[in-house]
Ligand binder design. Structure first.
Ligand code: SF4
Length: 447
């Protein structure tokens, strides 16, 4: 929880020596509270204030970095609802397999996980993690499957066993993968935290209820082990929803440090519909890592799309680079369209032009990632600005076409565009991108 200036001032020396650049300790404290100064500017700051302010500046949900390159980041959240600010790191999705599955089946699953790619509004989405559950009773087999999973996919793993010795063996076998060991109990937590630390992994902890979970997570924190993942035990979707909300609320509102970690859930039961519903709960309500029971491409599209909707920052629209995009294989006489550089708009419009079977040029001027009407209202998508962009990129030298199709929602800019683009005829296209295909076929198909 953030400290006030007055609270910080009580911890400062109070000599008003001005060496920090402020006239008084109080003035410096106010700057610290507003994050406009660094504590290091005061040479007389005590160890006590360094400790207290350091803890106060930690994010309420600690960031955990997984994968050999630490590329999978989880946690760091500061708000309960996206509209308050933004969510920071999206729920990671993984596919679980067990070490008793036939080798050919394991190979098939690992290849599918490795090769799966979903490109959506310019984002390239992949499966984040691979789970390996020990069912064999053999530490060697568990470690061999885990090593293969990492070697084939390169993804961080979630390694699940109830046997601490098997977890120790697998931790060493995939050292360097920065994976998650799951799960330590109150009895095994301290020993397994040493194993996790030695091999560079995070450690999931579990306990029968939230009090016991807080106790074991707090115990590890006090012992100096920070990469804790919480694996609460729940027995229904309603309970899971409630528990996730309790953990996150306590972390954010009460700065309850034992719950300031991301969560882990294995979805083991249910048909495709039930596992999709359970994973959706995790994505919507504070899930950190969600392990799915099977590889199913259709399920992944559904879940990744939901996740993308929730975890994009509404204050920072996803943008595409302003330029002229070829759709299909356009020639110098192909039709020319214009739209804004808001990713969603670009991908919908380009997709619809593509669906029409016509090759074309799509002009995308800089509109700060706004949609058509918003950009027009903000003065970023006017006849003058589009004409200036077209001239600036040399489109008139690139194409012989002198007709340009504008979105139907901004029909009012057609006159201004023709004025600023002498020799061009402006055609007003449909309002909805879904009508582009019929528009192209009716108006633009060459005779
Ligand atoms: S340097 Fe430290 S002691 Fe001196 S005025 Fe600034 S805060 Fe106070």
């Amino acid at each position: 929880m953030a400290m006030t200036g007055l609270q910080i001032q009580k911890l400062l020396p109070g000599t008003n020596c001005k060496e920090c650049g402020s006239n008084t300790c109080l003035a410096f404290a106010m700057k610290l509270a507003g994050k406009k100064a660094e504590l290091s500017a005061c040479p007389y700051a005590s160890d006590e204030i360094k400790r207290v302010l350091g803890a106060a500046s930690e994010p309420p949900v600690r960031v955990v970095e997984l994968g050999p390159d630490k590329g999978l980041k989880l946690g760091g959240e500061t708000v309960l609802y996206r509209h308050e600010k933004t969510f920071v790191h999206q729920t990671a999705l993984g596919i679980n397999l067990d070490d008793t599955e036939p080798a050919a089946e394991i190979d098939r699953k690992l290849a599918a996980i490795r090769d799966y790619v979903l490109v959506r509004v310019g984002e390239t989405l992949r499966v984040d993690l691979v789970g390996v559950t020990q069912k064999s009773g053999s530490a060697e087999q568990f470690a061999a499957v885990a090593k293969k999973a990492f070697d084939v996919t390169g993804r961080p793993l979630v390694l699940r066993s109830t046997d601490p010795q098997a977890l120790a063996a697998v931790a060493a076998a995939v050292k360097g993968s920065r994976s998650v060991l799951a799960a330590a109990t109150p009895e095994t937590a301290l020993d397994l935290s040493r194993v996790a630390a030695e091999n560079g992994h995070a450690l999931a902890v579990t306990a029968p209820d939230l009090d016991a979970l807080a106790a074991v997570a707090g115990q590890l924190r006090d012992a100096g082990f920070k990469d804790v993942v919480l694996q609460p035990q729940t027995f229904s979707e309603a309970e899971r929803f409630q528990v996730n909300a309790i953990i996150r609320t306590l972390a954010l509102k009460d700065n309850f440090k034992p719950f300031g970690s991301v969560s882990l859930r294995f979805i083991d039961d249910g048909d495709l519909l039930e596992s999709t519903a359970a994973a959706s709960t995790e994505i919507a309500k504070y899930g950190g890592i969600c392990m799915l029971p099977h590889f199913d491409a259709a399920q992944l599209v559904t879940l990744m799309t939901l996740r993308l909707n929730l975890y994009t920052d509404p204050q920072k629209p996803i943008q595409v680079e302003p330029k002229v995009y070829p759709i299909g294989e356009p020639t110098a006489t192909s039709p020319v369209f214009v739209t804004t550089n808001f990713s969603l708009t670009y991908f919908i419009v380009s997709g619809e032009i593509e669906n029409s079977g016509t090759s074309a040029w799509l002009v995308v001027p800089e509109c700060e990632g706004m949609s058509v009407l918003t950009a027009w209202a903000a003065g970023k998508f006017s006849g003058a600005s589009i004409a200036k962009f077209i001239k600036g990129i040399g489109l008139e030298q690139q194409v012989q076409t002198r007709e340009i199709v504008i979105p139907g929602y901004v029909a009012q800019i057609s006159g201004e565009l023709e004025e600023n683009l002498p020799g061009w005829k402006v055609l007003v296209g449909p309002q909805e991108a879904g009508d582009l295909e019929s528009f192209v076929k009716a108006r633009l198909t060459p005779a």
